[in-house]
Design a protein around this ligand. Structure first.
Ligand code: PDD
Length: 282
């Protein structure tokens, strides 16, 4: 079956959605991306994802992004038969094709490369039922982790290290404190208090992180935006990951050591149920 993608103003067969080798996304990683979930055709937390994408567009000074991104996302879902079940909409915007290769930005009238696709998605519910293993790795990234750029090599290498050791996610540590996962935000529970890294330039401001924080307030779970220290890991009674492709995922081991009683914890369970209830209500 043909899958339709959006590239630079046109809907094309995804196999023909090709980008020239002089694209600055390919040469420099000079671009941003966004991943949004859809459920039965509805884009979940669409405004928050769009807001973050717009922040990235402004920070990278990418001029010329059309206003119709939500309409294009919906057309991709519709035209790819994704109006039932779970799907992902992926957006990537780069500074476009420019020669000669220069580190500085090309002329302002260089057209951006604007790409989007919609694909079916299977939420990781089997992993959620058992909880997942994680490893800690040094956070080797730059100081603008709040920008969702396509420069993902440290995240890719961290996740690969996790997978190669049979773990599900790599938890990154900077200066003795947990920042986030390779593609998730991290929450822990110590003495009944939820903890997560504050919104800063050292983490991606996850949309799911924000919603889960709101949901925690709604069920009277105290939350402190204070980074978890590595030294505190043995005292965690629970730990979980959040993300668009993860929802709320209980962590049952860190570096081979059990978290709490080594089983998915009740707080992660309650927050996941609250998240699904929020989306079910539309
Ligand atoms: N990643 N931190 C990082 C480094 C991420 O890449 C992501 C998401 C998150 C969670 O953010 P959100 O809740 O907004 O999805 C945190 C996406 C899913 C990805 O790269 O595929």
């Amino acid at each position: 079956m043909t899958t339709l993608a959006y590239l630079n103003g046109r809907y094309v067969d995804r196999r023909e959605a090709l980008v020239p080798v002089d694209d600055r996304g390919f040469l420099f990683g000079d671009g941003i991306y966004e991943v949004t979930r859809a459920w039965n055709g509805a884009l979940l937390e669409a405004e928050a994802h769009l807001r973050r994408l717009r922040c990235g567009i402004d920070a990278l000074a990418l001029d010329g992004v059309p206003d119709e991104l939500p309409e294009i996302s919906r057309a991709l879902l519709r035209n790819n038969g994704l109006l039932t079940g779970h799907a992902l909409v992926y957006w990537q915007i780069t500074r476009g094709v420019a020669t000669p290769r220069t580190h500085h930005y090309p002329p302002a009238d260089t057209p951006l490369t604007i790409y989007a696709s919609a694909t079916t998605f299977v939420p990781p519910d089997a992993a959620r039922a058992t909880g997942v293993g994680t490893i800690t790795v040094p956070d080797l990234r730059w100081a603008r982790c709040d920008l969702k750029t396509v420069n993902l090599l440290p995240n890719v290498m961290a996740r690969q290290k996790a997978v190669a050791t049979g773990a599900w996610e790599a938890i990154m540590v900077r200066d003795g404190a947990v920042t986030e996962g390779a593609a998730t935000n991290v929450f822990g529970v110590i003495d009944g208090i939820l903890r997560t890294h504050p919104r800063s330039n050292y983490i991606l401001h996850g949309v799911t992180r924000e919603i889960v924080s709101e949901l925690a307030a709604g069920i009277d779970l105290p939350l402190r935006e204070d980074p978890l220290l590595v030294d505190e890991i043995p005292h965690l009674t629970e730990c979980f990951l959040t993300g668009t492709t993860t929802d709320v995922m209980p962590v049952v081991t860190i570096d081979g050591h059990p978290v709490g009683d080594g089983r998915p914890g009740p707080i992660a369970g309650r927050l996941h149920a609250a998240l699904i209830a929020r989306w079910s209500m539309g």
